[in-house]
Design a protein around this ligand. Structure first.
Ligand SMILES: [Zn+2]
Ligand SMILES: [Zn+2]
Ligand SMILES: [Zn+2]
Length: 481
């Protein structure tokens, strides 16, 4: 009996142990499961954070601020400031619109904004990001403050005045339905004719005298952009805002269109295509270490958009064996992306070197000094190279009509271009967005051709087009044998 009891007790003990072991195992499994779940949420949040951050760094969402004004220091690191192009509320809506499967609240969205991405404030600013944007924003904000418009967002003002903010006809003021429409205003009869003030960026030309080493002087004009206080009646402010609306709409459309099309082009490049991403927009003003002054002078930003550049772009690549070429411009005063960052970093590096006593009097010195400190590969375009390229350009080029509006140039044969207000890449010779055709046909060629029939001699220095295997090559005569 006693033996049996002991035996049962032992068995019971064993079963208890087994149960305990099983329970322990289950607990461990639960913990592991919980840990896994936690990891999934963390990585989900991290992924969402990365998505939001990437979105906020896009050039149609924020604008990079170069120069001293765009530096933010934290923990020994210099961060590049970026200005939001719209309110966080609207950007959140845009984000949701582009990513309909993702669920993110506005507060969560705002939490993922890095500290170097800030809203621009017109008043305490040293530099102007984009004049068109800031001057329109400034007026819209004032109208909202006065209770005349329901929104302080320029994008919403645009949306309320067109049928479709992504339709080029509406945004270019060509749509019959919304051509005459404008944004709604609520005027207060009790404050009629009251004077209000707001601020706008204005460009002023100032003549500058430059002294040369030999004692001679030369005068040139520099454009200076300054913040100016404006005064007018409320009614006038409303009119001015309405007057600016069509231009602002076109501007807004161009930014979005060029950004998305160029991104699509980059994402769909084939083996035999090449993209060169260039930023010509700013000069580095040469500096001597004794006189560091932050100059706010800007030379014309559009110098590269001219007939000579168009002519070279539509001829030189063919000499190098390309079969088609397209040159695309982002909307003026808006970030161009990667080159902006590289250029800005190099300029800041140069500034710091000057601050530590290095003289940078010319382009060669700039390149020499920078090369020692950066991994960016630098090339110097010498005066001779510019002269050589200049020799390819015929002396009397016709001006391309509407040059300032052009955002795309396409050439499938040398010297013959098609220009568009906005880019399209569906095929090199597509007819989307009403392209305008233009042929560079200098008078010299016609003269030369009629000459050839009567007199085969060609003079050195004359500009010619050579027909080689059906392709035309431009150049000037350097030697007659
Ligand atoms: Zn702008
Ligand atoms: Zn419309
Ligand atoms: Zn097309």
């Amino acid at each position: 009996m006693e033996k049996k009891l002991k035996q049962k007790q032992r068995e019971l003990e064993c079963t208890r142990k087994r149960i305990r072991r099983l329970e322990e195992n289950r607990g461990r499994a639960n913990q592991a499961q919980k840990r896994r779940e936690r990891l999934v949420t963390v990585s989900k949040r991290k992924r969402m954070g990365t998505l939001v951050e990437t979105f906020l760094h896009r050039d149609d969402i924020t604008t990079v601020i170069n120069g001293k004004a765009g530096e933010m220091r934290k923990g020994g690191q210099i961060f590049r400031k970026r200005y939001l192009t719209d309110t966080m509320e609207n950007l959140h809506k845009k984000f949701i619109g582009e990513n309909p499967t993702l669920k993110i609240s506005r507060s969560q969205f705002c939490k993922h904004r890095p500290f170097w991405i800030v809203s621009p404030r017109v008043t305490d600013r040293e530099t102007c990001g984009c004049k068109i944007h800031e001057n329109f924003n400034s007026k819209v904000k004032k109208l909202h403050q006065l209770g005349i418009t329901r929104t302080m967002s320029s994008t919403e003002v645009v949306a309320s005045s067109v049928c479709d903010a992504v339709d080029i006809d509406c945004m270019y003021n060509r749509c019959d339905k919304c051509k005459k429409a404008t944004f709604p205003v609520e005027m207060n009869p009790n404050t009629k004719d009251n004077i209000v003030s707001w601020e706008e960026w204005v460009s002023r030309s100032t003549p500058v005298t430059k002294k040369h080493q030999d004692g001679s002087t030369s005068e040139f004009e520099v454009k200076n952009t300054i913040l100016e206080k404006k005064f007018a009646s409320i009614e006038r402010l409303v009119d001015l805002t309405k007057e600016d609306l069509p231009r602002f709409c076109t501007h807004l459309y161009n930014i979005g269109h060029q950004f998305t099309r160029l991104k699509m082009l980059k994402d769909s490049l084939t083996e035999d295509q090449v993209v060169v991403h260039v930023d010509y927009s700013e000069n580095y003003n040469c500096k001597w270490s004794k006189e560091i002054k932050d100059t706010h002078f800007g030379w014309s930003h559009q110098q590269y958009r001219n007939k000579t550049a168009f002519y070279l772009a539509s001829t030189v690549p063919f000499l190098k064996g390309f079969k088609a070429v397209t040159w695309n411009f982002t909307e003026a005063s808006h970030s161009k992306g990667a080159p902006d960052g590289v250029g800005g970093a190099l300029k800041n590096l140069a500034d710091r070197m000057v601050a530590y006593g290095t003289d940078i009097p010319d382009a060669h010195a700039l390149m020499e000094n920078l090369s020692k400190q950066t991994s960016v590969k630098l090339f110097e375009v010498t005066e001779e190279k510019i002269t050589t390229s200049g020799e390819l350009v015929p002396p009397s080029l016709k001006t391309v009509p509407g040059t300032m509006k052009v955002h795309q140039l396409v050439a499938t044969e040398p010297g013959k271009i098609r220009t568009r207000d906005v880019s399209c890449f569906c095929s090199p010779s597509c007819d989307c967005f009403s392209p305008r055709e233009f042929i560079f046909c200098p008078k010299e060629v016609e003269v030369e051709e009629s000459h050839k029939k009567q007199d085969p001699t060609i003079e050195v220095g004359t500009w010619i087009l050579v027909d080689y295997d059906g392709d035309l090559y431009p150049g000037s005569v350097t030697q007659v044998c």
